[in-house]
Design a protein around this ligand. Structure first.
Ligand code: NAD
Ligand code: GLY
Length: 385
């Protein structure tokens, strides 16, 4: 059903007065305007996109918005993590002023997680907050970053160190945009998909294991039934995220923190390797692999389950070890992680596949030992891929 043109699955994110719907389906960019009109008060909008996505989908999105009565302006940022910067944000504020964006208008984030986080923070702060429409075009953004309201930019000292919670008014995820997504980006998005299975849904994890090699292939090469199955997997991830966010919107009870599985180490790897060297999802895959090894010692994760996680990640073509990075650099990077308290990183550890626990403090010596022993073993498996 989901892969028939303009059919969509509606997934509610239940947050009281900030509730909204995730629309997931094929051909939905054509209905972006009508859907936004129903969810946004005003009629001015600024579509923020990047240099890869704008030429592919910018006009389609703008035409749909214009047809629904919006006055549309566009801003295009360079593709890549470096755009999540204060300089880029300041330039976008000027674009918003030039666009005549008023308080009732909206920002449309058309792109991957970089555009979503950056444009989302713009929406959170411009005129003390305007409506945000998330139109994700990467797998990672569809299953994760477009949902839940985390927005922000990076500082030279670390990732996402400035940001705000700002829920979108709606999310419009057009699966058809995955047609042009580079294969490596698609695989990186699968890392976050694996994360949902690992922390919350053993059945989803088994489904991913059972999919075999086709799952890592580009959307454009998939058979119709495979697209349908992937669409259902994406929908399941959105449901899990919606459920977690509804239970702990601002990461206060520890529930939402579970979504950071693989990220404590992953963010450090991403930063030390140099933004853009590893994709975010690749860094998270490395973080999950090492985290699973840590969990066998610290949280009782059966070693065979850690092996299954590493095996699934490798099978999807994802890296599972931090290649050539020094422990001292990684450890220092972890100190500026948002989740660190008094310079001690807080870990999300798996107790078993499908069940995780947040807020774990791991003794320094154990941390270093796991890294030194396990990373080199995993490094070997990385190379033998
Ligand atoms: P991205 O936004 O950099 O997109 C990846 C690449 O794909 C870019 O080059 C982009 O131009 C290109 N692209 C996007 N859609 C395309 C399409 N349909 N066809 C062709 N090319 C396309 O990366 P991402 O993986 O989507 O997002 C990573 C970012 O998301 C990181 O900054 C990460 O911190 C953030 N993130 C945020 C949250 C959150 O909750 N806010 C969650 C997870 C990740
Ligand atoms: N991606 C982590 C979160 O949304 O909380």
């Amino acid at each position: 059903m989901l892969i028939a043109s303009r059919m969509s699955k509606l997934i509610p994110v239940r947050l009281g007065s900030r509730s909204y719907t995730i629309h997931l389906g094929v051909g939905l960019l054509e209905t972006l305007g009508a859907l936004s009109r129903a969810g946004v008060r005003g009629r001015t909008c600024l579509v923020v996109s990047d240099g890869h996505v704008a030429p592919l989908y910018g006009e389609r999105a703008a035409a749909s918005l214009r047809a629904a009565g919006f006055t549309v302006s566009a801003a295009v940022v360079p593709p890549g993590e470096m755009s999540k910067s204060s300089a880029q944000l300041l330039a976008l504020y000027d674009d918003a002023v030039r666009a005549g964006l008023d308080r009732a208008g909206c920002i449309v984030a058309l792109g991957g997680g970089v555009v979503g986080d950056l444009a989302g923070f713009l929406a959170a702060t411009y005129l003390r907050g305007v409506a945000l429409v998330q139109a994700p075009t990467t797998l990672l953004a569809m299953v994760d970053s477009s949902v839940g309201g985390k927005t922000g930019i990076n500082l030279p000292a670390g990732k996402n160190l400035v940001g705000a919670f700002h829920q979108p008014a709606l999310v419009v995820a057009d699966l058809e945009t995955l047609q042009t997504l580079p294969a490596r980006e698609g695989r990186a998005g699968l890392a976050e998909v694996v994360k949902y299975g690992a922390i919350r849904d053993a059945q989803l994890f088994q489904t991913l294991e059972a999919c075999g090699g086709w799952l890592a292939q580009p959307w454009g090469t998939l058979a119709a039934d495979e697209r349908g199955r992937l669409a259902e997997i994406i929908a399941r991830c959105c449901e899990i995220k919606a459920d977690i966010v509804a239970g702990d919107e601002q990461e206060q009870s520890g529930l939402r923190t579970l979504l950071n599985f693989g990220h404590t180490f992953g963010h450090a790897v991403e930063q030390v390797a140099g933004y853009g060297t590893l994709l975010h999802g690749e860094a998270v895959a490395i973080g999950m692999a090492l985290g699973a090894r840590l969990a066998t010692r610290q949280a009782g994760l059966p070693p065979a389950e850690a092996d299954r996680l590493v095996g699934l990640l490798r099978g999807l073509g994802l890296p599972v070890a931090a290649q050539g990075l020094a422990w001292a650099d990684l450890r220092a990077a972890m100190n500026v992680d948002k989740k660190a308290q008094e310079r001690a990183p807080r870990w999300v550890l798996l107790r078993q596949l499908g069940a995780a626990v947040a807020g774990c403090v791991v003794p320094e010596a154990d941390l270093e030992e796991v890294f030194r022993n396990e990373n080199s073993k995993l490094e070997f498996r990385n190379k033998s891929q």
